[in-house]
Design a protein around this ligand. Sequence first.
Ligand code: GLN
Length: 280
Amino acid sequence: MTLDALLKQAAQRLQAAGSSSPRIDAEVLLCHVLGHDRTWLYTWGDKMCSLWEQARFDALIAARAQGTPIAYLTGEREFWGLRLATSPDTLIPRPDTETLVELALSRATLPSGRLLDLGTGTGAIALAFASEQRHWQILGVDLRFEAVALASHNARSLGIANARFLQSDWFGVLESFEEADKRFDIIVSNPPYIAADDPHLAEGDVRFEPRSALVADACGMADLLHLVNSAQHYLAASGWLLLEHGYKQAEMVREALNCAGYQNVESVRDLGGHERVTLG
Ligand code: GLN
């Protein structure tokens, strides 16, 4: 079968399974099997593929038809122009989270400083920031050892030397740090913030992602509130806390920051126009 015919058949299968982007999904998965990019595929669509390639592709299409996220099938996702390894142990980096990176960079007014990323997952936020601010020291922490291993792997494969990753329950690991190392100029987090009964959890990629990275108690607010109240003990005098949250949570996060005594509190919208990040 030619590559074009294979793609057409796979896209039809994904469409029947309810995918919202069947053609692109099929192209991305075929590129993954062949080890080529999509431009190559557009040029060489009349080529035949081997039975072995076809079998591998069929297996991926079958998994995709069941809903498995593309990023778990290919084992990677691009974020901030960086190619990050992904795994089912971590949340898949989202374009919305680039808003948080942009804001953190805008608050990094000194040539060097220290940034802490809580619940780093693949290391996406920490590594994007580190790739832009090579003289900053970046620490990413995550409760899951698998995430710490993955983020460290991503740092190594991207050649980013100013970010390191440790296993920690939020600020826990900092207790063993020297007093001077406990303070950060910027603290960022994309914590779990979805309510356990949110119907969104039964749709699309989130069904396959770790619930510990998505769901928080108190209607999704528990971890956000914990971070607001704890972070002030770890911020430098004029440091910034930046939190990603659900688009209906901005007002509650602003209120929590104001109550805790943070200044210059404001929320910023993501690419979709939703209030997605709040800082103070
Ligand atoms: N923004 C993600 C979603 O709604 C959730 C990320 C998170 O809980 N931190 O799919």
